[in-house]
Design a protein around this ligand. Structure first.
Ligand code: 6PG
Length: 266
């Protein structure tokens, strides 16, 4: 497996999931503090990068948005700016809000300010969603085409990212695969414009086939406000929430959380 071994996660309380008849194989790592969580996540990101570059001379990652990963991105820029082969690393976005890149809600803007503008990654290695496009479906199509041009896989195949980062939405959404939204049923498209009724807007998002074809998916969750949903997702298999359908076909599924987010786990 070109991701990393479970023992690499220094300082984690590794709980195998035998005792938890939940999703087939998440590897759960719980850290005492948010700082320790992001330290470990940055370490794993670096280990995954080195492994991929060593075996395939490149590392492909889909960044997540929202607020949680910002601390990881900042730490990567602070600590690994001179250590990682940024010219061999390719950055994509697992989802994006339907806003221009300079909008405060833009996932690209967040990641660019926290990481991409602070390290020597060639601009050509950063693939953002052109969400300034008024027609969200066109933005999704164009992004799918950008992935197809980059990954150039056979018809019917899906791209295989080395790493897909995901946050945990309070309603159990992953990327922008929200409960009761159309994109949950997508089995062929790589990227779609998904209407999110509660926000009355589209989100441009990877679909399950792309996420579940990754070599490694890392969920990151921090803070007491995530404890209830983390408990639901990890201990209530019948909840049927979008994050529970994230199951890499041939890859690893890691849950990296802090003790506050783990507070309701039994
Ligand atoms: C987004 C994300 C989304 C996010 C969760 C968690 O664009 O918002 O990609 O899936 O990861 O909503 O968000 P927080 O990290 O802000 O809690």
């Amino acid at each position: 497996m070109n991701c990393w071994s479970a023992t690499d996660a220094a300082g984690a309380t590794l709980r195998n999931n035998e005792a938890r008849p939940v999703m087939p194989f998440p590897e759960l790592f719980i850290y005492d503090t948010a700082a320790e969580l992001f330290e470990a996540a940055a370490h794993e990101f670096a280990v995954a990068t080195s492994a991929a570059v060593k075996s395939r001379s490149k590392f492909t990652v889909a960044l997540s948005g929202g607020s949680t990963p910002k601390a990881l991105y900042s730490l990567l820029a602070d600590r690994y700016a001179s250590e990682l082969p940024w010219n061999k690393m390719y950055f994509f976005f697992g989802d994006e809000r339907h806003v221009p890149p300079n909008d405060p809600d833009s996932n690209y803007r967040m990641a660019n300010e926290a990481l991409l503008s602070r390290v020597r990654v060639p601009p050509a290695n950063v693939f953002r969603v052109h969400a300034e496009e008024k027609d969200a479906a066109k933005a999704a199509q164009a992004y799918e085409q950008a992935l197809r041009d980059f990954f150039s896989v056979k018809p019917g195949e899906f791209p295989r990212f080395d790493l897909v980062l995901l946050g945990v939405g309070p309603d159990g959404h992953a990327a922008s695969l929200f409960p009761e939204s159309a994109a949950l049923a997508e089995t062929e498209r790589w990227v779609v414009a998904n209407w999110v009724e509660k926000f009355k807007t589209h989100r441009i998002t990877f679909t399950y086939p792309v996420i579940n074809n990754a070599a490694c998916v890392m969920f990151l969750s921090s803070g007491a406000d995530k404890a209830a949903i983390v408990h639901q997702l990890l201990e209530n298999p019948k909840a049927g929430l979008p994050s529970q359908a994230v199951r890499p076909v041939e890859g690893r599924l890691l849950w990296m959380i802090d003790r506050a987010a783990a507070a309701q786990l039994t």
